[in-house]
Design a protein around this ligand. Sequence first.
Ligand code: CA2
Length: 147
Amino acid sequence: MTKPIYVLNGPNLNLLGTREPEIYGNTTLADIEESCRKEALALGLTIVFRQTNHEGELVDWVQEARHSASGLILNAGAYTHTSVALHDALKSFNQPAVEVHISNPYRREPFRHTSYVSPAVTGVICGLGAQGYVLALGALCRLLKNA
Ligand code: CA2
């Protein structure tokens, strides 16, 4: 059996659907997990879906994914714009990885215009709402088939 896709979520994403619907919509993280599970089933993939508010835990999970995952989807939340540690961990992940953002950070405050994640991943999906996660699963499926 092929290894799962890790879908990792960073700080405050557990609050999705409770505040700022004009930016992030009404979808909760549980809804996103359900959509990912359905899409993974349709694509013949399995997923590990997690969220943490702690930078070190996110780094630990990326390190774990090196030997336990076939691909990675990462919404690092605000750590996207600050974390050299996450950048370094991603650099040693040798499978396809997609950075996802629900909003389009480039239409927002200047401090969101820098990503420490982007230079260390295969591709980026942003600004398409929660469906970005499902699109990322489709993209990873194609990348893994063509590998
Ligand atoms: O658009 C995204 O997915 C972000 O990664 C979300 C992060 C933000 O720091 C990034 O710049 C872009 C924030 C996630 C916090 O989400 C909340 C949702 C509802 C209420 C409060 C926070």
